[in-house]
Ligand binder design. Structure first.
Ligand code: CP
Ligand code: NVA
Length: 306
């Protein structure tokens, strides 16, 4: 086990490249040896304020495969949904469970929970970050390419939670990350500045480019996500217009390397951000990427509470 005992998993900014490499190696080991008893008697509480298929199932199955247990706590059903404070919830849950996974509408709420919990808190997606997804993304790229440093990965689309965590973690591993977004939909400027700093420290790069065709030139990996995230349903029409020209399709992929791999965190909207020909085609690794959520999160759980 690579020990990161007691640590919160939130933005990855406070983890070293060595920490991440340790988690990736542990995930590889767990992918080959899925069952153990390392978390016997341990419980993970999982609070969801938003829908989930992958995150919920992979965390729950992951705890079970390591001898532990996971509790699904829909925020509407627990007292938080009736106004009990996040700090009281954090203190109460700290007396019952060994770690909390929180999927929330705001990064501030996540920080509030982590501040008052005495156990590790794992960000299961917030408005700004999706760290567990990013760990699976780079694990998948490592499987596909055999290395991370110097791999060119181009994220085309909304500069959202998924893009933020991917550029931070990619930069940390020395990758060359390019983000191509329509004007007004790029990554958050503060997070971008932090990711660029991480890149400098780890011999990677993070570049923002507004022409998707140019961005994708020579790419090893092309990544996209939905144009309207959970909670942005009202903006969907307007976003659909703004993102014209940013669809990942066969024409765009021609600009990338011939052996390019396509990634998407899922869920996807076919013929919006990506064509069916790409996501269901030979270059797509999206189901490998989804499966890897299980393996990398098990590594995280084992490291922080094992
Ligand atoms: N990619 C991802 O986090 O999927 P879910 O919303 O289904 O958990
Ligand atoms: N950006 C998407 C990711 C879903 C896994 C969202 O926040 O809805």
């Amino acid at each position: 086990t690579y020990s990161l005992k007691g640590k919160n998993v939130n933005t990855w900014l406070d983890f070293s490249q060595t920490d991440i490499s340790g988690l990736l190696a542990q995930a590889q080991h767990l992918k080959e040896n899925p069952h153990n008893n390392i978390l016997a008697g341990k419980t993970l509480g999982m609070i969801f304020e938003k829908s989930s298929t992958r995150t919920r199932v992979s965390f729950e199955v992951g705890m079970f495969q390591m001898g532990g247990h996971a509790l699904y706590l829909n925020s509407r059903d627990i007292q938080i949904g009736r106004g009990e404070t996040i700090s009281d919830t954090a203190k109460v849950l700290s007396g019952y469970v060994d770690a909390i996974m929180y999927r929330t509408t705001s990064h501030e709420k996540l920080q509030e929970l982590a501040k008052h919990a005495t156990i590790p808190v794992i960000n299961g997606l917030c408005d700004q970050y999706h760290p567990c997804q990013a760990l699976s993304d780079i694990f998948t790229i490592l499987e596909l390419k055999g290395r991370l440093a110097g791999v060119k990965a181009v994220y085309v689309g909304d500069g959202n939670n998924v893009a933020h965590s991917f550029m931070i973690l990619g930069a940390k591993m020395g990758m060359d990350i390019v983000i191509a977004s329509p004007k007004g939909y790029g990554p958050d400027t503060d997070i971008l500045a932090k990711a660029k700093q991480v890149a400098v420290e780890n011999s990677g790069s993070v570049v923002v480019e507004d022409d998707p065709m140019k961005a994708v030139e020579g790419a090893d990996v092309v990544y996209t996500d939905v144009w309207a995230s959970m909670g942005q349903e009202k903006e969907a029409e307007e976003r659909m217009q703004a993102f014209q020209g940013f669809q990942v399709n066969d024409e765009l992929l021609k600009e990338a390397k011939a052996d390019v791999h396509f990634l998407h965190c899922l869920p996807a909207h076919r013929e919006e951000e990506v064509t069916a020909s790409v996501i269901d085609g030979t270059r797509s690794a999206v189901f490998q990427q989804a499966e890897n959520r299980l393996h990398v999160q098990k590594a995280v759980l084992q490291s922080v509470i094992g």
